[in-house]
Design a protein around this ligand. Structure first.
Ligand code: AMP
Ligand code: ZN
Length: 483
C-alpha cells in the first residue's frame, strides 16, 4: 500500500485515488526565462520518479506539467533583447526539453503553456468576480481573501490579527488592494502595451497563480488527485491556487499535495537570484554524466534537503558506473543451466545438489520486495537504492564463486529492469541487441561444432573476433567476453 506525506493534512496518508486505478496529477513546471538549474531538476526528477512509480503500481496516469512562459522576468528580458516574449521563451523551452530528456525523464502526458490558456484563465476570473471572490481596483483584478475563509489551510500560516501591510511574505505591491493579502489575478496593461490580452474586465495579463488553476483544471477536472511542486511554492503559489480554484468551483481542488525539499549548496538554497547555482549544462561541460546527476538528485528522499557537493557528484559517477558494469557482467555471465552446473565441478551443497531455490533468484526477489516497500514508504529512494546495492553485492559474490545459472541471470536482469523503470539510473543498454546477436552466433558455432562443421565454426570465430569478441572454451561450455 502506497503511503506518503500529504502537506494538506501534515500526515502520512494511504493513497486512494478518486477513481480506482486512475491517477490525475499536476506538477508545477519551470518559468522559462533562463536555463533551469539542478535545484529545479531535483524537483522535476522527483516528479519523474513519482510518475514512474505510480505506473509501476499499475495506475493509469494523466500527468500534467506546465511551462510558465509569461511573467515579469520574461517580459523584462525580452524587452531588453528587443524580441517578442515568444521568441525569447522559445530559446529556453527548447533548452529545457533537451536537458529534461538528457536527464532521463519521461515526457509528461500534457505540457501546457500559460500563454496558450488565457481564455481559460479569463473564465475563472469572470466566475470569481461574479461570485464576489474577486474585485477590480485601478483596472486590475484582485482575489478577495476575506471571501475564502479556508485561506491558509495548506501552508498553515496564521493570518490572525491585523494583517494590513503585515508580514514580509505577503505580496504587497503598488496597486490598491482591499487587504494586503489579496493578490493579483489580472494586471492592467495599456492599450498598446505588449504582451496584453483583451478580457471582459479590461485588457491585461494574468497573474502567475491563476495560470496553474486554469491549466490543471482544464486537463484534470475541478478535483484531481495529486498536486506537487517545490517547497517554496507551498506559499503563496499553491495556497492561492486553492483559493482561486475552490473559490470558483466550490469543490475541493487537489486531494494530495506533495512538496519537494530544496537542493542546497554550502547549506544555502540553490537559486538563480542568489547566483549559487549550476545548470545541467555547466556540470555536463565539466565532464559529469547526466546519469550521475540524476542518481545524486534522487538519492535523498524528496522531503529531506540535499546539499550539493562535487565529491557527492563524483561518488554518484562511480556508483552509476559500478551499476552499469554489474549489469554488463550479469548479461555476459556464464549461460550454464542449473543442470549443467550439477554435473560440473562447481561447488554444490552437501548432497551434491543445487538448492531448489537458487540463492541469486531469491536475492533478486528480496531486493524487489524491499524496493517496493521503500518506495511505498513516502517514496524512500535512499532505502530503495540500498536494496539494489545489497542485491548487487550478493550477486557479485555468487558470480565470483559459481557463475550464474540461466534462471538466476534472468531473475537479476528482470529485477534491474523493474528498478530502472522507476529510477532510471542504469541508463540505456547500448549493447543489448548486440549481445543477443553475439549470443546467437556463439550458439550457432556450438551447433556447427556439434555437427563437426569446423569450417563454419572457424568462420564464426573469425566473425566474432572482428566484433572484438573473444571466445573461451571452459569446462562449463563456451564463455565470451569483449577484448
Ligand atoms: P521556477 O522555474 O522558479 O518556477 O521553479 C521551478 C521548480 O523548481 C519549482 O517547483 C521550484 O519549487 C523548484 N526549485 C527551485 N529552486 C529549487 C531548489 N534549490 N531545490 C529544489 N527545487 C527547487
Ligand atoms: Zn504552479
Amino acid at each position: 500500500m502506497l503511503r506518503f506525506f500529504n502537506t494538506l493534512s501534515r500526515e502520512i496518508e494511504e493513497f486512494h485515488p478518486l477513481e480506482e486505478g486512475k491517477v490525475k496529477m499536476y506538477l508545477c513546471g519551470p518559468t522559462v526565462w533562463n536555463f533551469a538549474h539542478i535545484g529545479n531538476f531535483r524537483t522535476f526528477i522527483f516528479g519523474d520518479v513519482l510518475r514512474r512509480y505510480l505506473k509501476y503500481k499499475g495506475y493509469e496516469l494523466t500527468h500534467v506539467f506546465n511551462l510558465t512562459d509569461i511573467d515579469d522576468r520574461i517580459i523584462n528580458e525580452a524587452k531588453a533583447r528587443e524580441i517578442s516574449i515568444d521568441e525569447f521563451t522559445a530559446l529556453y523551452i527548447t533548452a529545457f526539453w533537451e536537458d529534461f530528456d538528457a536527464l532521463g525523464m519521461e515526457r509528461p502526458d500534457v505540457t501546457p503553456r500559460a500563454t496558450h490558456h488565457i481564455p481559460e484563465m479569463i473564465e475563472i476570473i469572470s466566475k470569481l468576480i461574479e461570485n464576489g471572490h474577486a474585485y477590480e481596483s485601478d483596472g486590475s483584478i484582485y482575489y478577495r481573501i476575506t471571501a475564502f475563509p479556508d485561506y491558509g489551510k495548506l501552508s498553515k500560516i496564521s493570518f490572525s490579527g491585523n494583517i494590513q501591510g503585515g508580514s514580509e511574505r505577503i505580496d504587497t505591491d503598488k496597486y490598491d488592494k482591499e487587504d494586503a493579502r489579496d493578490f493579483a489575478l489580472w494586471k492592467l496593461v495599456g492599450e498598446t502595451e505588449k504582451p496584453g490580452w483583451d478580457a471582459p474586465f479590461g485588457r491585461g495579463r494574468p497573474g502567475w497563480h491563476i495560470e496553474c488553476s486554469a491549466m490543471s483544471m482544464k486537463y484534470l477536472g475541478e478535483t484531481f488527485d495529486i498536486h506537487a511542486g517545490g517547497q517554496d511554492l507551498q506559499f503563496p503559489h499553491h495556497e492561492n491556487e486553492i483559493a482561486q480554484s475552490e473559490g470558483a468551483t466550490g469543490r475541493q481542488f487537489a486531494k494530495y499535495w506533495i512538496h519537494s525539499e530544496f537542493l542546497k549548496i554550502d547549506d544555502v538554497t540553490m537559486s538563480k537570484s542568489k547566483g549559487n547555482f549550476f545548470t545541467f549544462r555547466d556540470l555536463r561541460d565539466q565532464g559529469f554524466s547526466a546519469l550521475a546527476m540524476r542518481y545524486l538528485l534522487l538519492s535523498v528522499p524528496t522531503r529531506k534537503q540535499l546539499n550539493f557537493t562535487f565529491e557527492g557528484l563524483q561518488g554518484a559517477e562511480s556508483t552509476v558506473e559500478r551499476l552499469r558494469n554489474f549489469r554488463l557482467l550479469v548479461q555476459r555471465s556464464s549461460v550454464s543451466s542449473v543442470a549443467e552446473r550439477k554435473s560440473s565441478a562447481f561447488p554444490s551443497d552437501a548432497q551434491g545438489e543445487i538448492a531448489a531455490t537458487p540463492p541469486v533468484s531469491s536475492a533478486a526477489d528480496v531486493a524487489l520486495e524491499k524496493f517496493e516497500a521503500a518506495m511505498d514508504d513516502d517514496f524512500n529512494t535512499a532505502a530503495a537504492l540500498a536494496a539494489i546495492h545489497d542485491m548487487v553485492r550478493e550477486v557479485n559474490t555468487q558470480l565470483a564463486a559459481n557463475g550464474l545459472a540461466d534462471n538466476e541471470r534472468t531473475a537479476v536482469l528482470d529485477a534491474i529492469l523493474k528498478f530502472d523503470s522507476v529510477l532510471g539510473i542504469f541508463g540505456k543498454e547500448e549493447s543489448g541487441s548486440l549481445d543477443e546477436e553475439i549470443e546467437k552466433l556463439v550458439e550457432e558455432r556450438q551447433e556447427a561444432r556439434r555437427g563437426r562443421n569446423f569450417a563454419r565454426s572457424d568462420e564464426i570465430r573469425d566473425l566474432l573476433a572482428e566484433k572484438g569478441v573473444i571466445l573461451e572454451d571452459t569446462k562449463d561450455g563456451v564463455r565470451w567476453k569483449r577484448k
